[in-house]
Design a protein around this ligand. Structure first.
Ligand code: NAP
Ligand code: COA
Length: 261
C-alpha cells in the first residue's frame, strides 16, 4: 500500500458505479484505508455480490444501495439507507456513467439524452441530495469521475464528451458555492484504463494495441492507479485541492491520438 492504512478510518463513502470497474476499485481502496462504503448502481444482484467480495477483501463494511442516478427519488432513498446504516457521509464519488461509440450523424436523440442523463444529471442529483441530507451541515469530499475526451474533441463520443464537460463545469460551480461549508469538490479524469467495461466498449480488438503505443508512458493505466488518486484526493493530504480535476492518464491526452477515426 502506498498510504498508511488508516488515513480514512471512521469515514463513510457513497460510490456510484461502485459495482464494477474503476469505481469498484475506488470503493475497495477507500475501504482498505479505513472507510465503510455504500456502492450504487442499477444491478442489485451484482452490487450485492461486489459488496460481499469487498467486505471479504478489506474487512470493512460495504452496503449495496441499488438506484438509478437519473431518478432523484431513488438517489435520495439510497443516501437515506446509507445514513441510516452508517450514521454519517464523508466522501461522495460520482462514477456512474454510460458510453458507447456512435457517430453524431447516427446517434439517436434518446442515445444522446441517455448518456447526458446518467453522467451529468446523475452527478448533479447525487451531489444535490447528499448536500441536503448531510454535507451542508457537516462538510465532506466530493469526487466526480470525468475523462479527457472533451479536452480536444473525441470522434464517435459527442455524448460522453459533452457529459464529462458538464461534469467538470459542475465540479467548479459546486466548489465555488460549497467551499466555505467545508465541502471539498474535485474531479479525477482517467485516461484509458486496462480491463474495464469502458475500454472494452471503446477499443475493441487491435484498436487498443495500436492506441496503447501512443501513450507517453507506453501503456494504459490500471484501476489501482486511479484508486490511489481517489484515496489521496479523499484524504486530508489533498486539503488545498478544490474545484480542480486531476488528470491521471500517463500523458495520453497530450498526444491527441484518438482511439480510431
Ligand atoms: P463500468 O464498469 O461500466 O462502470 C460504470 C458503472 O456505472 C457501472 O457499475 C454501472 O452499474 C453504473 N451505472 C451506469 N448507469 C447507471 C445509472 N443510470 N444509475 C446508477 N449506476 C449506473 O465502467 P468503467 O470503465 O469502470 O468506468 C467507470 C468511470 O470511469 C466512468 O465514469 C467512466 O466514464 C470513467 N472513465 C473510464 C475510463 C476507462 O478507461 N474505462 C476512462 C475515462 C473515464 P449498473 O449497470 O449496475 O447500473
Ligand atoms: N450505439 C448507438 N446508440 C446506442 C447504443 C450504441 N452502442 N447503445 C444504446 N444506444 C441508444 C439506444 O438505441 C437508445 O436510443 P433509442 O431509444 O433512440 O433507440 C438509447 O441509447 C438508450 O439506450 P437504452 O439501452 O435504453 O439505455 P439504458 O438506460 O438501458 O442503458 C447505456 C444506458 C446505453 C449507456 C448502456 O450502454 C449502459 O447501461 N451502460 C453502462 C455501462 C457503460 O456504459 N460503461 C462504460 C462507462 S464509460
Amino acid at each position: 500500500m502506498v498510504f498508511r492504512d488508516d488515513i480514512l478510518a471512521g469515514k463513510v463513502a457513497f460510490v456510484t458505479g461502485g459495482g464494477s470497474g474503476i469505481c469498484r476499485g475506488i470503493a475497495e481502496a477507500l475501504m482498505k484505508h479505513g472507510a465503510n462504503v455504500a456502492i450504487a448502481g442499477r444491478k442489485a444482484e451484482r452490487l450485492e455480490a461486489t459488496a460481499r467480495e469487498l467486505e471479504t477483501s478489506t474487512g470493512k463494511r460495504c452496503l449495496a444501495t441499488p438506484c438509478d442516478v437519473r431518478e432523484p427519488t431513488e438517489v435520495e432513498a439510497a443516501l437515506d439507507r446509507t445514513l441510516a446504516e452508517f450514521g454519517r457521509l464523508d466522501i461522495v464519488v460520482n462514477g456512474a456513467a454510460g458510453n458507447f461509440l456512435a457517430p453524431a450523424s447516427q446517434l439517436s436523440y434518446n442515445g444522446f439524452r441517455t448518456v447526458m442523463a446518467i453522467d451529468a444529471l446523475g452527478t448533479f442529483n447525487v451531489c444535490r441530495a447528499a448536500f441536503d441530507r448531510y454535507l451542508r451541515d457537516h462538510g465532506g469530499v466530493i469526487l466526480n469521475i470525468s475523462a479527457t475526451l472533451h479536452y480536444t474533441a473525441t470522434p464517435l463520443q459527442i455524448h460522453a464528451s459533452a457529459a464529462k464537460a458538464a461534469i467538470d463545469s459542475m465540479t467548479k460551480s459546486f466548489a465555488l458555492e460549497w467551499g466555505r461549508l467545508g465541502i471539498r469538490v474535485n474531479g479525477i479524469a482517467p485516461g484509458p484504463i486496462e480491463g474495464t467495461e469502458g475500454m472494452s466498449r471503446l477499443a475493441p480488438g487491435d484498436v487498443a494495441e495500436k492506441h496503447r503505443a501512443s501513450v507517453p508512458i507506453g501503456r494504459y493505466g490500471r484501476i489501482d492507479e486511479i484508486a490511489n488518486v481517489a484515496v489521496f484526493m479523499a484524504s486530508d493530504a489533498a486539503s488545498l485541492l478544490h474545484g480542480t480535476t486531476v488528470v491521471a492518464d500517463g500523458g495520453a491526452w497530450l498526444t491527441g491520438t484518438p482511439l480510431e477515426w
